[in-house]
Design a protein around this ligand. Structure first.
Ligand code: HEM
Length: 185
């Protein structure tokens, strides 16, 4: 690879990461400066916002685990599984698209209805992770289009999407499941 090609490759990669960082910061700023609506837009039949968001976030986590398993399989890194059959690629894309659709109404309610809260360390970590999740997601989607990106780009960005969603789930849904006296659905 020539020095010019290598320079272009680094610039493209830096741009992808910077756009993702800008998305994360923009969401955080919006969450912090707007007045939280403090009401739900819809509940999908659940008794409250907490219940609806918890179950949707849990469904998203399951779908993202499917994403990680199918990605490892496609990369030939799933122990004992051999080469990935043809349906694994589409399964990866469909589970990713579904996870995005399931997460969207949850994040919308978090941002619009509650905003970036600093009421406790758990909630701060949750709010930051929620914003970083969307930044990492943006970078990963853009990274898919970088034909010249180094081989570690997608595993790293995909890993960041997964890791931030796990943190979001641990600091919200898991917290809800450990409460007593709240209706589960
Ligand atoms: C990846 C996207 C996100 C998911 C899946 C998610 C999921 C959830 C869930 C399930 C809850 C209910 C449990 C609880 O109330 O603690 C919740 C609450 C909350 N979320 Fe999110 N969230 C996301 C993004 C965000 C973002 C971007 C922000 C703000 C910048 C945010 C701020 C909040 C706040 C303030 C609460 C209330 C916490 C409390 O007072 O207990 N969330 N979220």
């Amino acid at each position: 690879m020539t020095t010019v090609e290598s320079g272009r490759r680094s610039t493209a990669l830096a741009a992808v990461v910077l756009v993702g960082a800008a998305v994360a910061v923009a969401l955080g700023v919006y969450g912090r400066v707007h007045d939280p609506a403090l009401k739900p837009l819809f509940l999908f039949g659940f008794s409250g916002m907490l219940q609806f968001k918890t179950w949707f976030a849990t469904a998203a986590l399951v779908l993202v685990v499917v994403q990680v398993v199918t990605a490892l399989w496609m990369w030939g890194r799933l122990p004992g599984a051999g080469a990935a059959p043809g349906w694994v690629g589409p399964a990866h894309r469909v589970s990713g698209a579904l996870a995005f659709v399931v997460i969207m109404p949850v994040a919308l309610h978090c941002l619009w209805s509650l905003g970036f809260s600093t009421s406790s360390p758990r909630v701060v970590v949750h709010s930051v992770a929620g914003c970083v999740f969307y930044g990492a997601y943006t970078s990963k989607m853009l990274g898919l289009r970088l034909r010249t990106a180094p081989g570690w780009t997608l595993p790293l960005l995909g890993g960041a999407v997964f890791a931030t969603l796990v943190v979001v789930w641990l600091t919200s849904a898991l917290w809800f499941f450990t409460r007593s006296g709240l209706p589960l659905t």
